[in-house]
Ligand binder design. Structure first.
Ligand SMILES: *[C@@H]1O[C@H](CO)[C@@H](O)[C@H](O)[C@H]1NC(C)=O
Length: 249
């Protein structure tokens, strides 16, 4: 690149930035609420990328390749062999049976259900909540999440690192954002009807850590002395909680 072209490139960059700043300013002005939310979402999506960008149009997962190759993501098939079905899935169409907590989650996976999503930096999840069911406090270390209630009434919330809680009661069609890695929960407040929640996550490998299991159902176990002191409980409490969570103690 010759020296002469640099200033004009810089100027274009600066204009782009100005436009973004102007869009940011619009977020707090008089445009409609919905447009404002969409604008702010797309703005934060441009500024806060999660997974690394692709160097090609797509990278359909080669699920048959030998496990001797270890990559950040999955190897791609020959692009000429890509078919429309690689980009479609029915994995989220089926209701699932609730776990003891009263919830069950199906996440799309480039390995088993959606090879066309490999290296696209996204995943989708369907959460089925039984009447009164809870997706207990948990965290996704690698993804922000936006959860849309398809049916039912769901109380959602997350705690930030100052332990301030942000909660909202969502009805069908309403959505809520769980910022990346923040501990959050979903609770079906209806004791008579199930609820279904559809989520988008900005990583193909969001990961999930359920707080109750991180404390009481690890393998090997967190030492009793640690749990007793951390939760201000006695040894019997520790064993009772472990049993209630399906442990053998
Ligand atoms: C979630 O539901 C599926 C389908 O009903 C079931 O096979 C699976 O065991 C359930 N998961 C858990 C952890 O219970």
């Amino acid at each position: 690149m010759d020296r002469g072209s640099r200033p004009s490139l810089g100027k274009d960059k600066a204009e782009q930035m100005n436009r973004r700043v102007a869009m940011g300013a619009d977020c707090s002005s008089s445009i409609t609420h919905a447009t404002r939310i969409l604008l702010c979402l797309s703005l934060s999506a441009t500024l806060c990328r999660s997974d690394p960008d692709l160097l090609v149009d797509f990278c359909v997962a080669d699920t048959a390749s030998p496990a001797s190759l270890h990559l950040n993501g999955l190897a791609c098939i020959d692009p000429a062999a890509a078919r429309p079905e690689h980009f479609a899935t029915s994995a989220l169409s089926r209701a699932t049976n609730p776990t003891p907590f009263g919830f069950n989650v199906t996440v799309t996976s480039p390995v088993s259900s959606l090879p066309g999503a490999n290296a696209q930096g996204l995943a989708m999840a369907r959460t089925d909540l039984a009447p009164g069911g809870v997706a207990p406090p948990h965290s996704h270390p690698r993804a922000s999440e936006v959860a849309l209630v398809l049916s039912g009434s769901v109380l959602v919330g997350f705690a930030d690192t100052s332990y301030r809680l942000y909660t909202q009661l969502l009805r069908a069609g309403e959505a809520f954002v769980f910022p990346r890695a923040m501990v959050h929960f979903l609770y079906n407040v209806d004791a008579a009807a199930p609820a279904v929640v559809l989520s988008g996550l900005n990583s193909q490998s969001p990961g999930a850590q359920l707080l109750p299991l991180s404390a009481f159902r690890t393998e090997p176990r967190v030492p009793d002395e640690v749990l007793k002191r951390a939760f201000k409980i006695n040894g019997q409490d520790v064993q009772r909680i472990q049993r209630n969570l399906g442990g053998s103690s």
